[in-house]
Design a protein around this ligand. Structure first.
Ligand SMILES: Cc1cc2nc3c(=O)[nH]c(=O)nc-3n(C[C@H](O)[C@H](O)[C@H](O)COP(=O)(O)O)c2cc1C
Length: 168
């Protein structure tokens, strides 16, 4: 049931070494197509890092940050292609977040570990250049993917009463 997939998905920080194969990645990222998206701009962009781009981003990250990029065997940069219109851009960032979440849920459903991460380097000019991100795209994060190595505990969460109210 979708409820169980939503409740049991976790952020993983420890991964097995086997990269996710291209056919599995294609299947996973196909789920992004179905994200809700006002004006159907389809703004999400996903770039799977290969060995050269991985070396470039590690170099841009520097020695203190680079080791954390090595946690997962497969890294995917998630960006939103924006138009410059403030309202559309806000909606397109939201749509891209929905698309990323679809991928995270799909990964979990398939027994893969995933981690949506926003390391400092992807916000820097050097990090963007390392991954060839053009000016019109907003970086939403790096998705770490790979075989699960543990079952992370669920962090405490506020109850529904703290954020759900009924207006008269
Ligand atoms: C937009 C976004 C950015 C995130 N960036 C980071 C990050 O840089 N480092 C990190 O440890 N976790 C990051 N996370 C994961 C959250 O820490 C995690 O979702 C939260 O602790 C709840 O755990 P759960 O995903 O297992 O439910 C990010 C999550 C989102 C949605």
């Amino acid at each position: 049931m979708i409820d169980d997939v939503i409740r049991t998905r976790r952020t993983h920080k420890s991964f097995g070494v086997e990269p996710v194969q291209r056919d599995a990645l294609r299947e996973l990222f196909e789920l992004a197509r179905w994200a809700p998206n006002h004006h159907r701009t389809f703004p999400w962009r996903f770039r799977v890092l290969g060995p050269e781009s991985f070396e470039r981003i590690k170099e841009a990250a520097g020695p203190s940050e680079a080791p954390k990029l090595e946690r997962a065997p497969t890294l995917v940069l998630a960006t939103a292609a924006l138009s410059g219109d403030l309202i559309s851009d806000e909606e397109d960032v939201c749509a891209t977040a929905c698309a990323i979440y679809a991928v995270l849920l799909g990964a979990h459903e398939r027994g893969l570990a995933a981690y949506w991460r926003t390391p400092r380097v992807v916000r820097t000019r050097a990090g963007r250049e390392a991954l060839g991100v053009p000016d019109g795209e907003r970086v939403l994060g790096l998705i770490h993917l790979g075989p699960a190595r543990s079952s992370p505990p669920a962090p405490e969460r506020p109850s529904v009463e703290t954020y759900l109210s009924y207006l008269p």
